[in-house]
Write a protein that binds this ligand. Structure first.
Ligand SMILES: *Cc1c(COP(=O)(O)O)cnc(C)c1O
Length: 388
């Protein structure tokens, strides 16, 4: 099924899954097996060893590829394992241009593990594609983007960056975790590789850690698949099954995340104790026009600062919600609240946090799919307890 012909919801329900040929089971079974019996040496049904291939993982990989409008998907043990796989396509002396406001773990991987191998990272503000262009040298092999970013909700114009990378033979990879393919399909805008922390919206139920890569370029697919098999950071069959199940309601969940996000963003904006609210759906958001063009809606991730910028008040607030769970991660059915400076972005150097605006009073919400009135009532009581 092609997402261009079928609707996104139809694709979410059907992508990748076919009735099991041996039983007719409508759901892809969990092929919890490490190996496959061969009839004679080298005579087998296409499956040899589960690091290389597994039917449950293959069904999920096909589904992820369809959802992103790609031709090949790969599922990994975590989002970071997926990113690390892309890093392993690089060689000493290569240069990567990447966004400044990256997921904390991504920036940590780049700085701590990839840079020491002789790969240079240039962190630029990708909200203006001209900054990417200015950083390009003949050593540039990859541009790595997040849009919207975590946690500042900055928007980068994927097509504008692709217009710079494509003619130069530089690969463009986009971390599409925050948007999910329901809201944004980077391959349609010229990206070469889409990456997901499947842990978040795609899994959607806070019960799996997984990553994915999708491409529509057979040469890139072959390169990534070789690394996946050689290095072995694969997604497991049971986890693949859980995500296949999660994908079937992705469109419904995302619709509700977006509707709830819209209401809560508006509520925060009106609250006298709240300073800036970061949500790309506001017309005054600097990336609003690009987001309107390249996304189908604005999602359920919202960041805001409390007007006082008091650490004490921020800590009390995030500890006082009852429905919003105080936790890292995002994209699950349940709402989460967190303090990025002390939690998810603690590993980001303090001066970079300050530069981005991740200050003491800065709070991030992952708005879930509960009844929005209950979520707002919960925030109201927590704001009151914190004296915000
Ligand atoms: C969580 C996350 C990752 C890392 O994924 P894991 O599944 O935790 O390894 C990467 N990018 C973004 C935007 C994320 O939110």
């Amino acid at each position: 099924m092609n997402p261009k012909s079928a609707g996104k919801g139809t694709t979410a329900v059907h992508a990748g899954v076919q009735p099991d040929p041996s039983t007719g089971a409508i759901m892809t079974p969990i092929f919890q097996t490490s190996t496959y019996v061969q009839e004679a040496v080298g005579v087998h049904k296409g499956w040899e060893y589960s690091r290389s291939h597994n039917p449950t993982r293959a069904a999920l990989e096909a589904a992820l590829a369809e959802l992103e409008g790609g031709t090949a998907g790969l599922a990994f043990a975590s989002g970071l394992a997926a990113i690390d796989t892309v890093m392993k396509t690089l060689r000493p002396g290569d240069q990567v241009i990447c966004g400044q406001d990256l997921y904390g773990g991504t920036a940590r991987l780049f700085r701590t593990n990839t840079a020491p191998l002789g790969i240079e990272f240039i962190f630029v503000d990708t909200q203006d594609a001209a900054n990417v262009e200015a950083a390009v040298t003949e050593k540039t092999k990859l541009v790595w983007l997040e849009t919207p970013t975590n946690p500042m909700m900055q928007i980068t114009d994927i097509a504008a960056v692709a217009a710079l990378t494509q003619p130069r033979g530089i690969r463009l990879a986009v971390d599409n975790t925050f948007a999910s393919p329901m809201l944004q399909r980077p391959l349609e805008h010229g990206a070469d590789i889409v990456m997901h922390s499947v842990t978040k919206y795609l899994g959607g139920h806070s019960d799996v850690v997984m990553g994915a890569l999708v491409t529509k370029d057979p040469a890139i697919d072959a390169e990534l698949r070789t690394i996946q098999n050689n290095c072995g950071a694969i997604a497991q069959p049971f986890d693949s099954f859980l995500v296949l199940r999660g994908l079937k309601t992705l469109h419904l969940r995302i619709e509700r995340h977006c509707a709830n996000g819209r209401r809560i963003a508006a509520w925060l904006k009106e609250h006298p104790g709240v300073g800036k609210v970061y949500w790309p759906g506001f017309p005054e958001h600097p990336g609003h026009d690009i987001a309107t063009r390249q996304m189908d809606d604005f999602g359920g991730m919202i960041a805001f600062e409390i007007a006082s910028n008091s650490l004490e008040q921020a800590k009390t607030l995030v500890a006082s919600t009852e429905l919003f769970a105080l936790a890292e991660s995002l994209g699950g059915v349940e709402s989460l609240i967190e303090h990025p400076a002390a939690m998810t972005h603690g590993s980001v150097p303090a001066e970079i946090r300050a530069q981005l605006g991740i200050n003491d009073g800065f709070i991030r919400l992952s708005v879930g799919v509960e009844d929005v009135e209950d979520l707002i009532a919960d925030l109201e009581q927590a704001f009151a307890k914190a004296g915000v």
